[in-house]
Design a protein around this ligand. Structure first.
Ligand code: ACO
Length: 354
């Protein structure tokens, strides 16, 4: 029997930050509003495209697993903000790491990384793949209308990646659940795609828009339902869960979810303060942060759940392996960034806020 275990992990967060105080210099908001309502203090703004963030995260994950790009036999890249739709950006990562294998992007919005992790485990358990790279990478700042305070304060850029390997040792991904509720398609959207009128400049006015309170409720219900389902399916009691790594959209969503599931808050990995919502990248970044902080110990049981546009939801239950330290460190870095977060968004702010 083959098991599918995470053996490498890496993140890439662009260096420039935009704090709540920075935001308050150009829109009518404040740290006093944002922090208690969302848990967010700052977000990172990228000076490079999504595929560059993804490639650096991927190189770091490969080094942590002690592997080369040529060892990988499938690349799954979850993103809703690729630099190009044709070709996919998994192919850019593939070229940058020197892999020879299948490579594709998936768009399941904020649930994308868990969709990818679930599919990677199935590929491995079926014997089709041995070493799969799963990446979540986003440059959501591209979609923001900086005059809309209800959305502008929530999102950030970043990437995270894991290597999932076939092993004979029981553990790894124990099970996963995926769902989508198409009745909620219109309550969270960005309006970018072939439905746009190419010859009408007004159609370039796309931006993330949502019904925050409706998403809030549905996120808790969706993540709670799938988390319970995957625990039941795997025959694992919630008391046996060592860590919950939820999607980071709003700390109050996480608190309510954890409360309703009757799981102690100390078991939730929460890092939204530093990054905001990086959509498909939140969970792999949180995995990396939890490991860097020494929170995850060998063979611990982890429940991860997410919710996003679609309305997608996903939950994956996995057992960590024996190793919680990287085998190697990668020297991969982004090109230097000479600008501050405010400078990076200045052009877009001028466009939207005048
Ligand atoms: N700064 C200051 N005031 C603001 C801001 C802001 N950034 N945004 C909204 N307000 C104001 C509103 O205008 C409103 O003012 P009013 O009472 O005078 O009309 C007031 O604050 C309350 O607004 P609400 O929308 O009721 O605030 P709420 O407590 O619901 O919080 C939030 C809004 C943070 C968006 C919350 O609903 C939320 O997190 N929702 C879910 C997250 C989400 O939708 N994420 C999108 C991605 S999907 C995903 O990742 C799962």
């Amino acid at each position: 029997m083959q098991y599918a275990t995470i053996t490498g992990w890496g993140k890439c967060v662009p260096p420039a930050t935009l704090t709540n105080h920075d935001l308050a210099t150009f829109i009518d908001t404040s740290d006093e509003w944002i922090k208690p309502r969302t848990g967010i203090s700052q977000r990172h703004i990228s000076h490079v495209n999504t595929s560059e963030l993804a490639s650096v995260a991927a190189k770091r994950a490969l080094a942590a697993a002690g592997l080369e790009g040529s060892d990988i036999d499938l690349i799954i890249l979850a993103t809703a903000s690729p630099d190009t739709l044709i070709p996919n950006i998994a192919s850019t990562v593939q070229a940058n790491i020197g892999a020879s294998c299948g490579a594709f992007d998936i768009n399941a919005a904020c649930s994308g990384f868990l969709y990818g992790l679930g599919l990677a485990s199935s590929q491995i358990k079926s014997g089709q793949s041995k070493k799969v790279l799963v990446i979540g990478a986003e440059r959501l700042s591209f979609y923001l209308d900086w005059s809309r305070r209800e959305t502008a304060v929530l999102f950030g850029d970043g990437a995270g990646a894991v290597v999932v390997e076939a092993t004979d040792q029981p553990g790894g991904v124990l099970g996963y659940e995926l769902n989508n509720d198409p009745a909620g398609r219109d309550i969270l959207k960005a309006g970018f795609g072939t439905a746009m009128d190419r010859f009408n400049a007004a159609s370039l006015d796309f931006y993330i828009e949502f019904n925050g309170q409706e998403i809030f409720k549905r996120a808790i219900a969706g993540m709670g339902k799938l988390s319970t389902k995957v625990l039941e399916k795997c025959g694992v009691d919630k008391e046996e869960v060592d860590w919950v790594i939820p999607h980071q959209a709003n700390e109050r969503i996480i608190d309510t979810l954890i409360n309703r599931m009757k799981i102690p808050k100390e078991k939730a990995v929460v890092n939204i303060a530093n990054y905001g919502n990086t959509s498909a990248a939140t969970i792999p970044i949180a995995i990396c942060d939890a490991l860097e902080k020494g929170m995850i110990k060998p063979n611990q049981t982890i429940l991860s759940c997410a919710f996003g546009a679609g309305l997608t939801s996903a939950a994956v239950l996995f057992k960590w392996g024996d190793r919680v330290t990287p085998i190697n460190q990668s020297d991969a870095e982004l090109p230097p960034c000479e600008q501050t977060g405010i400078e990076l968004v200045a052009g877009a702010v001028k466009h939207f806020c005048g």
